[in-house]
Structure formats: C-alpha cells, structure tokens
Design a binder for this molecule. Structure first.
Ligand code: ADP
Length: 191
C-alpha cells in the first residue's frame, strides 16, 4: 500500500489536487471534510452536531473524525493506498492514524504540504464561497477562525511527520497544473 497525506491550510488547494492525484495514482480519497459534509447532507445526529462546530470555523472533536477514518479504512480493504485530505489535523489524530495504519501493516509514505500565503487563502475561500454552497466559506470571520485553528492546532502536525523525515514542502501558488506537476514529481520519487 502507498499512503499519502495532502497537507495545508484551508484554501491551499487540497481538494482540487486530491481529485487529480487519486485519478493519476489510483488511490482512495479520504477527506474528513467531505465525510462530515455527507453526514450533514444526510442529517444524521453526528452531522447536525458537526455542522454547529464547522460553522464557527472550529475543529470537530478528534474521536469523531478518528472514528470516521477508522470505518473508512475498514470499508476499503482492497485499496492500493489512501490519500488523506484534511486529516490528520491535530497531533492526537496523527498518532491515532499511525496506530490504525500499523494494524493494517502499512504506514504513511509522505506528507505533501502545500504552502500558500494567508492573503491568498482568504481570497480563494471567499471566492469559493460564491459558488460552493459551503456556509463556512461565506463569512470572513469564519474563514479567519479556520486559519487560526490551523495555525494553533494543525500546523504542528507537520512537525510530527518531520521527525520521521516524511514532510515534503510544495509551492501551492501558481497554476493548478504546475502545482499538480510538482506534487506528481515528488510522488514519483517515492512510489
Ligand atoms: P478546509 O480545508 O477548506 O477548511 P475541510 O473540508 O477540510 O475544508 O474542512 C471543513 C471543516 O470540517 C473544518 O473547518 C472543520 O470544522 C471540519 N473538519 C474537517 N476535517 C477535520 C478534522 N480532521 N478534524 C477536525 N475537524 C475537521
């Protein structure tokens, strides 16, 4: 199995690049944001609780997202590998992911980290809010709160993987295709 984490702040292009990467490398896309939005759409109790938190720009509790990832791993026993997008977002999530992968006798090959300036992030998210239908993308205060959560709780997750020499920084500004080429070049060296 070949497992990757696509890492970066909200609006750094993880979703866009994930779609292209899973098509090219045949990986299973696991986005906790998408999984949570499916729960919201289905109006499950978990989704209704999560929506309140997401609309404030805060992180959903670790045990909720870890549970969702654990089920998704079990539901895809024949996957060639997984592309994690928006997960892990805290150190506790990173440790839990390592344990879950260990149970499956596999591990993370690399964390690809997209680097984008804060002003560019806010610009992109406000623009996405015009069409995405995502309530957390329409309000600048919520967008800034998400970036603050990222700086306070998520950015340090890269240090966890840096200890294992697994972090690869990639420039996240420029054309979608150029960023995709840069990500692909890094993956090709490791696959
Ligand atoms: P973005 O990267 O643009 O913020 P996501 O779709 O990844 O978009 O996440 C949207 C929201 O879902 C987050 O602001 C957070 O509330 C929640 N969320 C997604 N993934 C996680 C996670 N791994 N841990 C906690 N909360 C999460």
């Amino acid at each position: 199995m070949f497992n990757l984490i696509l890492f970066g702040p909200p609006g750094s292009g993880k979703g866009t690049q994930s779609e292209k990467l899973i098509a090219k490398y045949g990986l299973k896309h696991l986005s906790t944001g998408d999984l949570l939005r499916s729960e919201i759409a289905a109006q499950t109790p978990l989704g209704l609780e999560a929506k309140k938190i997401m609309d404030k720009g805060q992180l959903v509790p670790d045990e909720v997202v870890i549970g969702m990832i654990s089920s998704a791993l079990d539901a895809n026993p024949n996957a060639k590998g997984f592309l994690f997008d928006g997960f892990p977002r805290t150190s506790a999530q990173a440790e839990a992911l390592d344990k879950l992968l260990e149970l499956k006798k596999t591990s993370i090959a690399a964390m690809l980290a997209l680097n984008v300036s804060e002003e560019e992030l806010v610009k992109r998210l406000m623009k996405r809010g015009e069409t995405s239908g995502r309530s957390d993308d329409t309000n600048e205060t919520v967008i800034r709160a998400r970036i603050t959560e990222y700086r306070n709780k998520t950015e340090m997750v890269a240090d966890y993987y840096r200890n294992f020499d697994k972090v690869v920084m990639v420039k996240g500004e420029g054309s979608i295709d150029d960023i995709f080429k840069a990500l692909s070049a890094e993956i090709d060296q490791r696959i």
